[in-house]
Design a protein. Structure first.
Length: 325
């Protein structure tokens, strides 16, 4: 091949690749879908330009489909009282998921009585959530720096933080949330002595002595962009996020007292908070646990840019600008 022909061929290939790149950027308008990580991103509820491939493929994270549990007595040998767990008391059963264990797996297919429950933890947003569903997997796609899950029946995509369908046949649907308590192991076992604990025997070759993303927590950078951000709070400060009938409110840890009470959108919210351990128990007026999300501030705001913030002046108040960025 002579030099001129090589140049012409290279120019044509460059133009073709460029056209494909542009097509990929605007595919949420036309055509109807775009294949990413073997998923057809059709019927999108979010811009395709804000969906990013994660660092792992779908088989790269060892989600637990048949999890092993052990008693609180056995777990005492390796689980310290001040370590944080996701606690679930539901359908007559009680289980604890240590953060440093579930962070390696992110998705656990659990059973509570006769009901299947999906227990999840997304290390990038530090959010633990549970849903009344099953047969889900990790897509290895990321939106707002948060893991996108997929259901194995329709291969639709769902956000981990809120359980919202964002692509595929089940787009615009919402999973039923199960209340999760972000608490210390010491407090959880004191309240539920018969609790089961996600075992460290679940992983072969996994070093459970530290969380999977231990270094990430102490950094300020985010590996992926987010749609909205606001500097009213430090990006990686923790908040309790609550939804009541389509309205959203964030309760910064820094604003919580031992017993915080608030009326939000017609509902009385009660948060028991331990400043030493950062345990948060969120209940209604009767003391019944309600769904909530403990996560980084940046993550809550990225998904809910219209959120209210407990302890802050409303956005429309002129004095509120003094607390803004």
């Amino acid at each position: 091949m002579n030099t001129n022909l090589r140049k012409l061929t290279w120019s044509f290939l460059t133009l073709l690749l460029g056209m494909n790149f542009l097509q990929a950027q605007f595919v949420d308008y036309d055509p109807a879908y775009y294949a990413a990580n073997d998923f057809e991103l059709a019927n999108l509820e979010i811009p395709i330009s804000e969906i990013y491939p994660g660092g792992e493929n779908r088989m790269g994270i060892a989600q637990l489909n048949q999890p092993l549990y052990e008693s609180a007595t056995v777990a005492q040998a390796w689980l310290a009282d001040d370590e944080m767990v996701l606690g679930i008391h539901y359908n007559g059963e009680t289980k604890a998921y240590p953060i440093r264990v579930i962070s390696w797996h992110e998705v656990v297919a659990a059973q509570f009585g006769d009901e299947k429950v999906l227990v999840t933890y997304a290390p990038l947003t530090a959010s633990g959530q549970a849903f009344a569903t099953s047969d889900f997997g990790i897509s290895a796609l990321v939106y707002n720096n948060n893991t996108l899950l997929y259901d194995k029946n329709t291969r639709s995509l769902w956000t981990q933080l809120g359980g919202d369908g964002v692509a595929g046949e089940n787009a615009a649907k919402k999973l039923k949330q199960i209340p999760v308590v972000y608490t210390s192991w010491g407090e959880w076992k004191a309240k539920f002595t018969d609790t089961k604990v996600l075992s460290i025997d679940n992983g072969q070759g996994i070093d459970y002595s530290k969380a999977a993303y231990a270094k990430y927590e102490n950094t300020v950078e985010l590996p992926y962009p987010v749609a909205f951000s606001k500097n009213k709070l430090p990006f990686k400060s923790r908040v309790v996020g609550i939804e009541v009938d389509g309205k959203f409110k964030a309760y910064p840890f820094s604003m919580l007292t031992q017993n915080t009470e608030d009326f939000f959108n017609g509902m009385k919210i009660q948060i028991q908070y331990n400043e030493d351990t950062h345990s948060t128990w969120v209940t209604d007026e009767e003391g019944t646990l309600i769904p909530s999300a403990v996560c980084y501030w940046y993550a809550w705001y990225a998904f809910h840019s219209n959120t209210e913030i407990y302890g802050f002046l409303p956005e429309l108040t002129p004095l509120a600008v003094l607390n803004d960025e």
